[in-house]
Design a protein around this ligand. Structure first.
Ligand SMILES: [Zn+2]
Length: 156
């Protein structure tokens, strides 16, 4: 094994996948929000957003969420964050949950178009944000859910 180079320039605490992002300030907030655990039966929790940065946020809610749990956070403002739980810790009667942001969306009120549906079903070709958008829209739009089911199991 080659030794790691010891003279590289160290960037302060930047994960390698995000090394080209500048350090982002954190904004303390007290916004009400709703955190939905994304599963077959989406489970909503009222929450309060404690802190927001470019790559993550911390929310306070009444449940401990396991590391890796996929969540959707809806703010009162028309913004939706999709993320993944990094860490939960008890804070009095509540839990403080750190969430890594996977994507930020505006309100998902546009139907999934045919190209996106085809790419979604093929499992490739969508950017991460498009994939999250489509998945989010499916979770909220029965008409598009029906289209998805018809394409997944076409009638003979
Ligand atoms: Zn739709």
């Amino acid at each position: 094994m080659a030794a790691m180079p010891s003279n590289h320039i160290t960037a302060p605490e930047l994960p390698s996948s995000e090394a080209n992002r500048r350090h982002e300030p954190r904004y303390p907030t007290a916004d009400a929000a709703e955190v939905v655990v994304l599963s077959d039966l989406p489970l909503p929790f009222p929450a309060r957003v404690l802190e927001v940065s470019q790559t993550g946020l911390q929310v306070s809610l009444a449940a401990s969420l396991g590391e890796g749990t996929k969540v959707k956070i809806t703010f009162r403002r028309p913004a939706i964050v999709l993320g993944e739980v990094r860490h939960s810790k008890r804070a009095g009667d509540l839990f403080h949950v750190d969430i890594k942001i996977d994507g930020v969306l505006l309100s998902p009120n546009r139907h999934v178009d045919e190209d996106e549906l085809a790419l979604y079903l093929s499992g490739k070709g969508l950017t991460e944000h498009e994939f999250f958008y489509v998945r989010l829209h499916f979770s909220e739009c029965e008409a598009c859910q029906r289209r998805l089911r018809e394409r997944e199991a076409p009638a003979n």
